[in-house]
Design a protein around this ligand. Structure first.
Ligand code: TYC
Length: 115
């Protein structure tokens, strides 16, 4: 058996001392970060015009798009109003919830991971 100083002596070709630190990445991993859907929920009290304003102000919709999505939420109970990175989705949800609370409307906005 040969003894090697651990720092001063390099491996020689053919030395097989079972070096576990030599690992070769065979599969290039290019996983994109997950995206999150921002959902708006229906309720019986928030005025339709207020929901339209939110969709224009925070989601960059035209008044026509905003009215259409608002009606979808009103009829179906929920709709996706945008898909964003985790950080942007969190910001949008916060903006909507703050704005609704400041105006004393019970409007709910949530986010969920897109599968
Ligand atoms: N249902 C509400 C009403 O009749 C309108 C509404 C639409 C509320 C969408 C919330 O996310 C919502 N005034």
């Amino acid at each position: 058996m040969t003894l090697k100083h651990p720092f001063l002596m390099a491996n020689q070709p053919g030395d097989d001392d079972g070096d576990a630190s030599i690992l070769i990445e065979t599969r290039p991993r290019t996983k994109r970060p997950p995206l999150y859907k921002v959902l708006l929920l229906n309720d019986d009290y928030t005025p339709m015009e207020f929901v339209v304003l939110i969709l224009e102000r925070f989601f960059g919709m035209t008044s026509t798009q905003a009215f259409e999505i608002m009606l979808t939420v009103h009829k179906k109970g929920v709709a996706v109003v945008g898909v964003f990175s985790h950080e942007i989705a969190e910001t949008k949800v916060g903006q909507v919830m703050d704005f609704a609370r400041r105006h004393q409307h019970p409007l709910q906005c949530t986010m969920e991971k897109e599968e």
